[in-house]
Write a protein that binds this ligand. Structure first.
Ligand code: GLA
Length: 364
């Protein structure tokens, strides 16, 4: 009787272990290990956070899984510098303090972008558009103040975000920055950041960098900067991908192309949408399905496995991976670009539990 009881206990423990490690069943990682531990010999594993997420049930998951934080919004120019002489440090400080307290790194995001800019930035007191001299001085003041405040705590900055046009027949985006300064704003932004913190690793950051046409235009810009000895150290591939793209070849080609310029590569905003890429907002189509289907789950698991195989293979070039949000419970892709549509792009599900894709990513 006793023997049978013992045997059944052993069998139960064995089955439980099998289930836990089976790629078919998502369980919390009760090994206590997180992505940062599995990838210790490869790269930092990061996540984009809000200050609120550091005070909720998500906090434990963040601490268990990641060793690098990116402020999702708190350091963008609009939120952190709402008026010419007013800085709102509270949210950014909270994230940096949390990271320091938990021995995590911080990627600063971002110093110059055409979106989420404050209203005062491009206008003078009379409401007229400012001159190039004024705008560059404002950019310098902004970068100097923000970079200085976190000097020694933020190891890398996304200095310029998304300067390439969406139209493949054009080069630089016709943003207000560009209209007023031409391409000098890009060069200057890197120079100001380097002056403020010569030790910070400085990145150009963009999306769709694996699509050959966009890749080549980004390459052209980066080559210009490198040739002109502008202080740039790396390129951020945002990694807002989907179960449909990029292909293994596209991703490999992009990493190699940028590495050939002597630049480091980071994946800065990783997620894997279960829908095809659509940047423009549109209405939900009648009958459009927004459940996490078995097929989407299978394809997403394969796609995550594929990209992480490539990341590990390129560990000499890649120095960090950052996910854009923590779990499928809340992602910026919920309702974007289709209002009311739920997405499931991350490695943790709506209950913060690891998905099948997680187990594939840590199985190597
Ligand atoms: C871009 C920006 C990020 C974020 C995402 C969408 O990729 O770089 O800061 O705003 O869009 O959330």
């Amino acid at each position: 009787m006793n023997i049978i009881f013992k045997m059944s206990r052993v069998a139960t423990a064995f089955i439980a272990t099998l289930l836990l490690h089976s790629s078919c069943i998502a369980q919390p990682d009760s090994t206590g290990k997180g992505l940062k531990d599995y990838y210790k010999k490869y790269f930092n594993m990061g996540v984009a956070v809000s200050p609120r997420s550091l005070q909720t049930a998500d906090t434990q998951l963040i601490i268990q899984q990641f060793n690098s934080l990116t402020p999702e919004n708190a350091m963008k120019m609009g939120p952190i510098h709402p008026l010419e002489n007013v800085y709102n440090w509270k949210d950014a400080d909270a994230i940096v303090d949390f990271a320091v307290a938990h021995g995590m790194k911080v990627r600063g995001h971002n110093l110059c972008w055409h979106e989420q800019t404050p209203n005062w930035l491009f206008k003078d007191a009379k409401g007229d558009t400012v001159t190039k001299i004024v705008l560059l001085q404002r950019l310098k003041d902004h970068i100097t103040n923000v970079v200085n405040r976190y000097k020694g705590k933020i190891y890398a900055w996304d200095v310029v975000n998304e300067a390439i046009d969406d139209d493949s027949t054009k080069f630089l985006r016709n943003s207000t920055w560009y209209k007023i300064c031409g391409e000098d704003f890009i060069i200057k932004a890197f120079e100001y950041a380097h002056e403020a913190d010569p030790n910070a690793v400085l990145f150009y950051n963009d999306y769709n960098t694996e699509r050959p046409e966009k890749r080549e235009r980004v390459y052209q810009l980066l080559k210009k900067l490198v040739d002109a000895k502008v202080p740039i150290n790396g390129v951020g591939l945002q990694g807002h991908w989907s179960i449909y793209e990029p292909s293994a070849k596209e991703l490999t080609d992009a990493i190699k192309r940028f590495a050939a310029l002597g630049l480091k590569v980071q994946i800065t905003e990783l997620d894997m949408s279960v829908y095809p890429w659509e940047k423009e907002r549109r209405q939900k189509r009648p009958g459009e399905i927004d459940t996490y289907t078995e097929d989407a789950e299978r394809r997403q698991t394969e796609q995550y496995k594929m990209v992480f195989d490539i990341f590990r293979h390129n560990k000499k070039t890649i120095t960090g991976i950052t996910f854009w949000n923590i779990s499928d419970k809340r992602t910026w892709l919920d309702g974007y670009p289709v209002p009311g549509r739920k997405n499931y792009p991350l490695l943790f599900d709506v209950n913060n539990k690891p998905k099948k894709a997680y187990w594939e990513v840590v199985k190597f």
